[in-house]
Design a protein around this ligand. Structure first.
Ligand SMILES: *Cc1c(COP(=O)(O)O)cnc(C)c1O
Length: 411
């Protein structure tokens, strides 16, 4: 990580040691604990360098060739590259790479297709829907009338019959498929059929699996959905940000929904970093990475299952695993705390049978170079900490040792 090494060691350290200390502390935390948060990853040094570049200084409201600010010729080239690479990577007719985040992308998708008060059918929040899928604490729940479908409490799979019945009963203006925790592939053809029958738009919120799609390790929603929303920072391993893909017919509506409707100036350093990440994601090395992410998740799910945790749906197709630690005698929240003390960093989430369990993912540890052997080890360690067989302090040392062998940013 030459660029940020230089910054931390020299400029920032001399000017603002207090803040430099924070950066170094976080780098230390990331490289000595296990990042099992399903939404996180380690961007490449090239992406970090781009984020820390002078493009961060540039104001660029509008779109390439049509900006409200002068001096955009150079950053226009960055955005054009990002757009062309996104279109090629995902086989989409149109890409908007300006959305500041996954949530901004979803907001723009709704703004492009809906009016306040419209009915939207989406996965309910207790079953893994995102905040932007109708939470009363979010704009989505305040401005639209959300109807939630669910997962079968036994199988943990999308209840297709319920989706179909709710679409027939409520005639939504849009159907949303996508989740923060669903470990299996969604049946996009099914959702397309349901949306068509209801006369609804289909919005795929592929924030989580988009990196797997890029690497050919998960089916693409692009041929099925009217609009695909995604983040660029999860499995896709780019900078923190959002992206929207759609057909040519919706291109102008989507672009206007992002700017000027919901955002102002584009963040050109982030957009350039998205271009870098799309370039990386188009390589055979990234395809191998995406497949390894899934192989690792399957290995970790199998290890957790063998240790007695109740793994939702019995396994995974993706980078994501959810599991109930109750069979080991702890609830999700207690488990998360104990594991954090051991340096195993992960989240809690709602499980289809109505309790809070654990959510973990393998995107970050796979970037570090870990494989199935390490996943089996991590699964065993995790269960041992939960059972009380290994105390968190000694597990913390085991984790530190493992991480030292797989540095996220080797020097
Ligand atoms: C992560 C996620 C988002 C939001 O992304 P942010 O960048 O945090 O705003 C939206 N939808 C789904 C399904 C997600 O998993």
């Amino acid at each position: 990580m030459p660029v940020s090494h230089a910054l931390e060691a020299d400029v920032l350290w001399r000017q603002d040691p207090e803040l430099a200390d924070v950066l170094l502390g976080e780098r230390e935390r990331q490289s000595t604990t296990l990042q099992l948060i399903a939404a996180e990853n380690f961007t490449s040094p090239a992406v970090l360098a781009t984020l820390g570049s002078p493009l961060a200084n540039k104001y660029a409201e509008g779109y390439p060739g049509n900006r409200y600010h002068g001096g955009c010729e150079i950053v226009d080239a960055a955005e054009r590259l990002a757009v062309e690479r996104a279109k090629a990577l995902f086989g989409a007719e149109h890409a908007n790479v300006q959305a500041h985040s996954g949530s901004s992308a979803v907001l723009a998708a709704y703004a492009a297709l809906l009016r306040p008060g419209d009915t939207v059918l989406a996965l309910g929040l207790p079953h893994g829907g995102h905040l932007t899928h109708g939470s009363p604490a979010n704009f989505s729940g305040r401005w639209f009338d959300f109807v939630g479908y669910g997962l079968d409490p036994e199988s943990g799979l999308v209840d297709h019959e319920q989706v179909r019945a709710l679409a027939r009963a409520h005639r939504p203006k849009a159907v949303v498929c996508g989740s923060i925790s669903y470990p299996r592939h969604l049946d996009h053809a099914f959702f397309r059929e349901v949306a068509d029958e209801a006369g609804a738009y289909l919005i795929a919120d592929a924030a989580h699996p988009m990196g797997l799609v890029a690497g050919g390790a998960a089916p693409s929603p692009v041929p099925y959905a009217d609009i695909v929303c995604a983040t660029t920072h999860k499995v896709l391993r780019g900078p923190r940000g959002g992206m929207i893909l759609c057909g040519g017919d919706l291109a102008e509506r989507v672009d206007r929904a992002v700017f000027p409707f919901t955002q102002g100036g584009a963040q050109m350093h982030t957009i350039a970093a998205k271009a870098v990440a799309f370039g990386e994601a188009a390589t055979p090395a990234f395809a191998a990475y995406a497949h390894q992410v899934v192989a690792n998740a399957r290995a970790l799910a199998a290890a957790l299952s063998a240790e007695g945790l109740a793994v939702t749906t019995g396994g995974t197709d993706t980078h994501l695993i959810t599991a109930d630690p109750a069979p080991l005698g702890v609830d999700g929240r207690t488990a998360r705390g104990r594991l954090a003390a051991a340096g195993l960093v992960l989240d809690c989430c709602a499980l289809p049978h109505g309790v809070r369990g654990l959510r973990l993912g393998t995107a970050a540890v796979t970037t570090q170079g870990m494989g199935a052997r390490e996943m089996a080890y991590v699964g065993g360690l995790l269960a041992s900490v939960l059972r009380g067989g290994t105390d968190p302090v000694s597990a913390r040392e085991d984790v530190r040792e493992l991480c030292a062998a797989f540095p996220p940013y080797p020097r």
